[in-house]
Write a protein that binds this ligand. Structure first.
Ligand code: KG4
Ligand code: ZN
Length: 384
């Protein structure tokens, strides 16, 4: 991904620490990523089957300075070449966000450079726009962006007004995020953390039609708050997770789960390839059927929303957008609807700082500089 630094300035240093990745990146104004360094805490949290906030903050503290310096080295530039420092303001874990934010604030202050505050969700959207910009053929607007990660399953209608990006929230999950469902089902089946890559790898060898999980309907009555002038497309994944649990309870899968969990726990660094021979046909079919149900739901509601709001292109971003089956089904359905669809490039779907620097560029150009009072916003929303 890294390219040789040009002697022309116009670089933003991005910093991201909202969850369990400490990341720093250097992105040029024309969208070229000069460095994209990520220190993952996956191994640390895998033991607990989820992110432990206190541990995450401590790990960010240890990693933040080395990660920023590694990014500067990789980009082949010095702090004097940086035009601005961008940082994730929220949403995310408060203690984790504060580490990146305080580091970025201190750095910007000491360098005398502007500080740009970026919404993490906007970052995920710009992970795709960054690539589109490099292709020099921007997506037609308005763009419907599905941000599908461990914490979010949200739909935004995005467009630019005088070079400034505007977002309108037109969909959300009423309970679990899609990535959270992948993580919980993987845990339930005795697989590793985070669950998405495990489910994806194992689903390939299962029959996705074996377990007939049907379409997911969300009762609008239970979510009256969503009834506003803005249409809301509602997702829900906790029922599907419960359906998987019920399937496990009513089929003879439990002994296999216990054995698999123990076998993987005995390995130093277990991978999905280690789990494959530990999964019988019924388990593989269940995994493939679960993934099929999630992907079908995301595709169906996203394209229904695209039609309803008059979107002219579609973006899918966030950790779950790394999933190859999801990309295949979105690409297929987008072609049927005659809509262009775009995904993040390699390594840009899951959390990183290049997406934060990319989202910061239009903000810097529009003069949207953060104030000295900037602080972490764990529940920060995006758009109207
Ligand atoms: O965007 P991200 O790195 O962090 C958040 O902002 O949440 O997304 C992490 C989520 C996790 O739930 C993980 O299981 C899921 O993305 N994920 C995947 C895949 N890779 C990561 N889900 C499905 N298939 C994948 N290949
Ligand atoms: Zn994320």
């Amino acid at each position: 991904m890294a390219e040789a630094a040009s002697s022309t300035p116009g670089l933003i240093l991005g910093i991201e620490s909202s969850c369990d990745e400490t990341a720093a990146a250097v992105v040029r104004r024309d969208g070229v990523v000069l460095a994209n360094v990520i220190a993952s805490q996956i191994a640390l949290h895998a033991h607990y089957g989820g992110v432990v906030p206190e541990l995450a903050s401590r790990e960010h503290l240890t990693n933040i300075a080395p990660v920023v310096h590694a990014a500067m080295r990789e980009a082949g530039c010095g702090f004097a070449d940086i035009e601005a420092v961008a940082v994730t303001e929220g949403p995310g874990l408060a203690g984790a966000l504060l580490v990146g934010l305080m580091y970025a604030k201190g750095l910007a202050l000491s360098l005398g450079k502007p500080l740009i505050a970026v919404n993490h969700l906007e970052g995920h959207i710009h992970a795709v726009l960054l690539d589109a910009a490099r292709l020099a053929s921007p997506l037609p607007q308005p763009i419907l962006a599905l941000v599908v990660s461990g914490g979010h399953t949200h739909l935004y209608l995005a467009n630019t007004e005088e070079q400034v990006w505007r977002y309108r929230n037109v969909g959300r999950t009423v309970d679990d995020a899609a990535g959270e469902a992948f993580d919980k089902v993987a845990k339930l089946l005795g697989l590793g953390y985070p669950g998405g890559p495990w489910i994806e790898a194992l689903a390939v060898s299962g029959d996705p039609t074996a377990v007939p999980f049907g379409p997911i309907h969300v009762k609008p009555k239970a979510h009256r708050a969503a009834e506003s002038a803005t249409p809301q497309f509602l997702f829900s994944f906790s029922g599907l997770k419960t359906a998987v649990l019920r399937y496990v309870q009513t089929h003879p899968l439990q002994p296999g789960i216990v054995a698999r969990r123990a076998a993987l726990a005995a390995l130093r660094d277990p991978t999905p390839a280690d789990a494959l021979p530990l999964c019988d046909t019924e388990t593989r079919n269940l995994i493939a059927s679960f993934q099929r149900a999630v992907v079908e739901d995301l595709v169906r509601k996203t394209f229904a929303a695209a039609k309803a709001v008059g979107a002219r292109s579609v973006i899918v971003s966030g950790g779950v957008a790394a999933n190859a089956e999801l990309r295949r089904r979105f690409t297929q359905t987008a072609a049927q609807h005659g809509l262009p669809v775009a995904f993040p490039g390699r390594g840009m779907a899951t959390d990183n700082a290049a997406m934060i620097a990319a989202a910061a560029w239009p903000r810097l150009l529009a003069g949207q500089i953060a104030s000295a009072e900037l602080t972490a916003e764990p529940s920060l929303a995006l758009g109207r």
